[in-house]
Design a protein around this ligand. Sequence first.
Ligand code: C5P
Length: 238
Amino acid sequence: MERKKYVIIMAAGSGTRMGADRPKQFLELDGKAILQRTIEVFLEACPGINVITVLPEPFIEYWREYCYKRSFICPQILVKGGITRFHSVRNALAKVPEGAVVAVHDGVRPLVSQKLVAEMFETAQSKPALIPVIPCVDTMKMLHKAKDASGREVLETVDGASVDRSLLYGAQTPQIFHSEVLKAAYGLAYDTAFTDDASVVERYGKSLSYTMGERLNIKITTQEDLLLARAVMSLSEA
Ligand code: C5P
C-alpha cells in the first residue's frame, strides 16, 4: 500500500544573517513570501500532501494572517519551532503518523523543482532514507579560526588535512524518510553535529540512499542569495 505523504517545512529560524526586519522565510520573492513559494512547490508536485509548517512562535499569528490576506488557502498544521533545527523537526514529528513517507525541507529553498520533489517521493516509497546531493565544484580547504599576534581573527590550515574533492558532495533538502525511521532517529539526544536530518538518521544506524540534487535549489541565507533567487525567477518567467 502507498505510504501517505507528509512534508515538514522548516521555517522557525530567526534568519538574522540577512539583516532584514523579518526572518528571511517571510521576505517576498516576486510578490509572494518565500515560504509560500516553497509550500506551493510541494502542493503542485504532490496534490493532497499533508503540510506541516514549523514557525517561530511569535510569527504563528503573522503567518495565519498572511495566508488569510493573500487567500493562500492550504490545509497546514502549524507547529512552533524549537531552540535548534533539530528541536524544531522533533516538534513537527509529533504530528506525523507511523507508516507515512515524510519529507523535511528548508522553508528558504523555494527554487527546488516540482520534478525533483515528485520523483523523490516516488523513489522514497521503497527507500527508508533518501537524500539529494550535489558534487562539490570548488576546491575545498579544511581550516580553523585562530588569532594573529594582534588578536585579529585569521584562518589557518588544519595540520595534516587534505580533502579529496572527488569524494565531497553538498547535501540539500528535501530529505525524505519512512516516518517510523525518522521518528525513532529523533529519539536520540541532541548533538551539535546534527546539521541535517540525514546526520541524525545515520547516527541512529540506518544507511542512506542518494539522488542528484539541483544546483539552483539554493538555501536563501544572505542578501546575495535573495538577488540570485530573484534573477533565477525572472529568467524562468521570461
Ligand atoms: O539555520 P539553518 O540555515 O540551518 O536553517 C535551515 C532551516 O531550518 C531554515 O529554513 C530555518 O528556518 C529552519 N530552522 C528551524 N528552527 C530552528 C532553526 C532553523 O526551523 N530553530
